[in-house]
Design a binder for this molecule. Structure first.
Ligand code: FAD
Length: 417
């Protein structure tokens, strides 16, 4: 059996490792545009901040692929997939497959507005992007988009001593993860470190002669030498579209719960797919490392004839912002629009959290100040555990020690505590 994998990111590598676990015989060939081994995109802001060296972001060496008996065609763009002939084209060669895994990922969007091509515009996606930003020696930077990548990039550049502005079009930072109140708490934390945050503002252009000099919004002009675009990503689905695979309404490759695409023998996983949300069952884009890995496990297992089902997307984003642990799991009020949602909040001097529940089921959790209990809450949300069951589970399983802070500070959530 020969499996070809397009993509050397979290999804492609997890799929390859999982296939190898299922079979020592199977021939595995991986393709990637970049010529270097797997790296962690999540660690890139830490390099920008100066906390870790760039080489620490690489998760594999060439030897690791050899040891797993994975053939690599890195630095090779796949130009065409012929589903009928079960082959793909890269360079001037054709490669035939029994199974194909599309793990083509996503890329950051730079909008086509005035000045966005000037020297001084950047994105944060690859190790080279970080090298380019550092070589540019930014002193006044505007980060466009205050999702988690934008916020991490802003704090990283602040740590390098830059004057940093963070612009967000929505009414709050990290609008897909947090509701207004916790988002405002995090915004205050950023502002206390002198990051200048502007929400509800739309970027209209970038001005400068050869080089970025100013960023223009619908409300102001900001003098700067660097603009970093963190305003969303686009799924890499052109190859899949050209091959005749179905693309969903959200722009991701359509897959079933086995991560199978619309054509036989082809699977997909990671940022390039859209899958049902674990809670709502509606199509969603996850764009997270943990989902990419889980989807890859499912794709790999099914492609090797072992049955595995993807339970659906459930986001978990854990990060340290200005030294303070922050976590967002499941859906926020925006994601639960249309559902009658109960909000259970706790606020004390150094801890804020809110738990969202719909019909007695835990649906989302946002916390600033602690990470404890995160794993258990993630499981509860994924399983749709009712609040009452959650109470029993916590009590009986003796997980009280790991949940200690949670139980202690949220007595009223679980009634009897
Ligand atoms: C700065 C940053 C911080 C992040 N932080 C977090 C975080 O804290 N938590 C979290 O969960 N997630 C985070 N993410 C998101 C997470 O990194 C991604 O969800 C995950 O890496 C996606 O992996 P992937 O394999 O699906 O895609 P990608 O990593 O995008 O890999 C796609 C691969 O496909 C290859 N490819 C595409 N088209 C072709 C072609 N035609 N021919 C050959 N090769 C092709 C590319 O070369 C690449 O190797 C972060 C992302 C970034 C950029």
């Amino acid at each position: 059996m020969r499996v070809l994998i397009i993509g050397n990111g979290a999804a492609g590598n997890q799929a390859a490792a999982c296939i190898r676990k299922h079979s020592s015989e199977c021939e595995i060939v991986m393709f990637a545009r970049e010529s270097f081994p797997e790296y962690s995109a999540c660690a890139l802001p830490d390099v920008l901040a100066g906390w870790i060296p760039l080489d620490k972001t690489f998760l594999k060496t060439s030897l690791d692929y050899e040891q797993l008996q994975i053939k690599t065609c890195f630095g090779q763009e796949v130009n065409n997939v012929d589903i009928n002939k079960q082959c793909l084209e890269a360079g001037d060669k054709k490669y035939y497959y029994d199974r194909l895994i599309m793990a083509t990922g996503s890329q950051p969007i730079i909008p086509k507005i005035d000045g966005s091509q000037l020297n001084g515009n950047f994105v944060v996606k690859t190790p080279q992007d970080i090298e380019r930003i550092i070589d540019h020696k930014p002193t006044r930077a505007v980060i466009v988009g205050a999702g988690n990548i934008g916020v991490e990039t802003a704090s990283a550049l602040r740590n390098r001593g830059c004057i940093v502005y963070l612009i967000e079009m929505q009414d709050r930072i990290m609008p897909l993860l947090y509701d207004k109140k916790p988002a405002d708490i995090i915004q205050t934390m950023l502002e206390q470190e002198d990051i200048r945050v502007f929400t509800g503002e739309r970027v209209t252009g970038v001005a400068g002669e050869q080089q970025v000099e100013r960023l223009l919004t619908d409300q102001q002009e900001i003098e700067c030498d660097t603009v970093i675009w963190a305003a969303g990503v686009r799924q890499n689905v052109e190859l899949a579209r050209k091959a005749g695979l179905k693309i969903g309404g959200l722009g991701g490759i359509e897959v079933n719960k086995y991560m199978q695409c619309s054509e036989p023998g082809v699977f997909a996983c990671g940022d390039c797919v859209q899958s049902p949300h674990v809670y709502t069952g509606k199509p969603s884009l996850s764009l997270l490392w943990s989902s990419a890995k889980r989807q890859a496990d499912v794709a790999a297992a099914n492609c090797m004839g072992k049955l595995d089902e993807y339970e659906g997307n459930c986001s978990v984003v854990i990060e340290e912002i200005m030294g303070i642990p922050c976590v967002a799991i499941g859906l926020n009020l925006h994601g639960l629009a249309g559902y009658e949602t109960e909000v259970i909040e706790h606020e004390s001097e150094d801890l804020y959290y809110r738990l969202l529940a719909v019909d007695d089921r835990v649906a989302g959790f946002q916390c600033v100040g602690s990470l404890e209990g995160t794993g258990s809450i993630f499981t509860m949300i994924k399983k749709g555990t009712p609040l009452s069951e959650a109470r029993k589970l916590l009590h009986n399983k003796g997980s009280i020690s790991t949940m200690a802070w949670y139980m202690d500070s949220s007595r009223y959530i679980f009634g009897e505590y």
